[in-house]
Design a protein around this ligand. Structure first.
Ligand code: MSP
Length: 647
């Protein structure tokens, strides 16, 4: 029997800038849904890609004096790399500059034209380049601003082809009535219905003043409007016009996952294009909310964007995936702050999950030599733990069907917390003191390992690295990698399995203050831009007396080692004359600890002691760096004894 299929898409991203954590949200959410479907036996096909035509890209390229293709190529490789860093499991990556896509878009245009639904006229109205959207005067906000992004629009007048959308208004309303689940969530459905009821106008679908796009097949002086081109990607991505069997296997799409601001294109324009072509309509379009900052939606123009790769470097992949999926109530807006991200890492990941795993593995090692014990005598709490595990799995399934990933994770944490409570209730350390209680102790540890195995399997759609690490630590790495969703049922763990002997915490705790202090010092160590340097104000200059307050000394490095949980910091022991001191230096990325031993460097001797990442630091090593992040510690050109003053 052939597998059930599931075709899911994200929007295709504009490669007009690097993407931020808000963009990553759509893709991470789609990835979790896809992984969940695959674990449930679906042949899930996940499509993402880039939307490379249009005025916005053409202008950006012109500003840089390069061709649009050269401009997008660079950013597209960056985007592909981003998805691979975030372990996005897409099956296909579509670029609208692919030749196969040109063929599809032109075919779509031609089919609709032949149906009599496209006609030539003149467009006179307004255009928002950042959104690539046409607006009529009455739709604009004050100051002729775009009602979606609030940025100024431009007046346009040119010969254009128009798509008879208005002709389909009634058919569209009927379809929506018969398919109440097509637009989700409900609030967005009402919004779209109101939009169509207020009067659907024909849509301009070509540009004659722009060259960067797919040529209109019947008129080479026009290119196809970028949204008409972009939406067709959902057909190209599954081999439309190329492989009928493949296309028919996946079409119609099961889910288009998009941000709320582009619902109109996906729930009105796209279905009407398909109606005109005579193709079946997608089953569902889900409009999620935005990840917003204190000062509004994250956007390059506001200068408040958060780079997902920096977050990954600072906190690890799964911390970000967890935060995005847990913190955002699906469908609604959610606000981003580094404080709340660190809060989640410390409470949910390090405290609840990390501790449960660590404590359990350590006890299996201590009391059973690392072998998962047989179930012996029962405790009063076993049944309840098993019942919670079963109930949690069931409610997670319901939440996933409703695409409520945050609720699914919240449910799963009920099991994590219940298992921690089970440790407190059964008190294994007391049981271990009495040899006659060993069978009860065995039961307790088996239950904990089994609960952790289930948690690991249930985490697989969301936290990819964590599920792998948990499998490894529990000694069931391969099984965990291959586990299906049905393996979330109780009792599949084999007693006798050998857990991993030495285990590192999977989520080290992060000290909020130290993190920000570290960030600030990273910023300070970056060179000042030359322009700013020229304008250096008097107040930035120091007097000789002020300089005299700095006690700089020659120090010899005796030992150096990495600071646990940080990939930037080294713990360094130095000798300053007769004295030995410990300090923390942010140079781990540039020096191996061994390489530093024996070097004589200049340090700030009278620096106020501080704790960095939980480690005492008494002084600061001077180092130089460039914009390319090349860093060198200070050195002396003649050998001076350690402890010598530098003036
Ligand atoms: N190119 C169009 C889509 C064409 S699909 C046929 C586009 N691209 S985009 O790069 O601007 O946005 C891609 C996706 O990222 C959209 O779903 C958008 O909602 C999402 N997000 C962009 N910023 C976001 C947040 N701050 N928060 C959540 N999602 C955000 O639109």
């Amino acid at each position: 029997m052939s597998k059930k299929t599931f075709y899911i898409t994200t929007p295709i991203y504009y490669p007009s800038d690097k993407l931020h954590i808000g963009h990553a949200y759509t893709t991470v959410a789609a990835d979790a849904i896809t992984r969940y479907k695959r674990m449930n036996g679906y042949d899930a096909f996940f499509l993402t890609g880039t939307d490379e035509h249009g005025q916005k890209i053409a202008r950006k390229a012109a500003e840089r004096g390069i061709t649009p293709k050269e401009y997008v190529d660079e950013i597209v490789s960056w985007i592909k790399n981003l998805w691979s860093e975030l372990r996005i499991s897409n099956n296909e990556f579509i670029r609208t500059t692919d030749e196969r896509h040109y063929r599809v878009v032109q075919h779509v245009f031609q089919t609709i034209y032949e149906k009599g639904d496209i006609y030539k006229s003149e467009y006179e109205g307004w255009y928002c380049t950042p959104c690539e959207t046409f607006w009529t005067e009455r739709q604009l906000e004050e100051g002729n601003c775009c009602p979606d992004c609030n940025r100024p629009t431009e007046k346009m007048k040119e010969e254009s082809y128009f798509f008879k959308m208005s002709k389909y208004a009634d058919q569209w309303l009927e379809f929506i009535e018969e398919n109440p689940d097509f637009i989700q969530p409900e609030s967005r459905r009402n919004e779209m219905i109101n939009f169509v009821k207020s009067g659907l106008e024909d849509l301009c679908v070509s540009r004659s003043s722009l060259k960067w796009g797919v040529p209109v097949p019947i008129d080479q002086g026009h290119v196809i409007y970028v949204w008409f081109d972009a939406l067709s990607n959902y057909l190209t991505g599954i081999k439309y016009l190329e492989d009928d069997e493949f296309f028919n296997k996946y079409w119609p799409a099961d889910l288009h996952l998009v941000g709320k601001e582009i619902m109109r294109f996906h729930t009105i324009q796209w279905p009407i294009m398909l109606m005109s072509m005579g193709l079946p309509l997608p089953k569902k379009v889900f409009g999620h909310g935005w990840l917003v900052m204190k000062d509004g939606k994250m956007s390059k123009s506001k200068g408040n964007v958060v780079d997902p790769l920096v977050l990954k470097q600072d906190f690890g992949l799964d911390a970000i995936r967890y935060y995005l999926l847990r913190e955002m109530s699906f469908g609604a807006d959610g606000s981003y702050s580094t404080e709340s991200l660190i809060g989640r890492i410390n409470s949910d990941l390090a405290n609840d999950l990390g501790n449960l795993l660590n404590r359990t593995i350590a006890m299996v090692q201590k009391y059973f030599g690392g072998t998962i014990p047989e179930i012996g005598s029962a405790t009063d709490f076993d049944q309840e733990l098993q019942a919670v595990a079963a109930a949690v799995v069931q409610s997670m399934e319901k939440s996933m069907e409703e695409l409520q990933m945050n609720v699914a994770l919240e449910e799963l944490w009920n099991l994590v917390r219940r298992a921690n409570k089970y440790i407190d209730e059964t008190q294994p350390w007391i049981l271990a003191k009495d040899e006659t209680k060993k069978p009860i102790l065995g039961t307790v540890l088996y239950h904990l390992c089994e609960a952790l195995r289930i948690i690991g399997v249930a985490l697989k759609p969301f936290l990819v690295e964590t599920a792998e690490k948990m499998g490894e630590q529990l000694g069931i790495g391969e099984k965990m990698d291959a586990a299906q969703w049905s393996e979330t049922r109780w009792g599949l763990l084999q007693p006798g399995t050998q857990v991993k002997s030495s285990v590192e915490p999977i989520f080290p705790r992060i000290d909020l203050e130290e993190y920000f202090a570290q960030k600030a010092s990273d910023k300070e160590s970056k060179p000042v831009e030359s322009k700013k340097k020229e304008k250096k104000e008097e107040k930035d200059l120091i007097t000789f007396d002020q300089f005299q307050k700095l006690d700089l000394r020659v120090a010899e490095i005796l030992e150096a080692e990495a600071v646990k949980g940080s990939n930037k910091l080294l713990k360094v022991q130095v000798e300053i004359g007769e004295e030995r001191r410990q300090l923390v230096a942010g140079i781990a990325k540039h020096y191996d600890p061994e390489e530093l031993v024996g070097k004589k460097v200049i340090m700030v001797y009278n620096m106020k002691p501080a704790k960095i990442f939980g480690v005492e630091s008494n002084g600061m090593i001077l180092a130089g760096s460039t914009a390319d992040d090349i860093l060198a510690v200070s050195a002396l050109d003649k050998d001076l004894p350690s402890g010598s003053r530098v003036k």
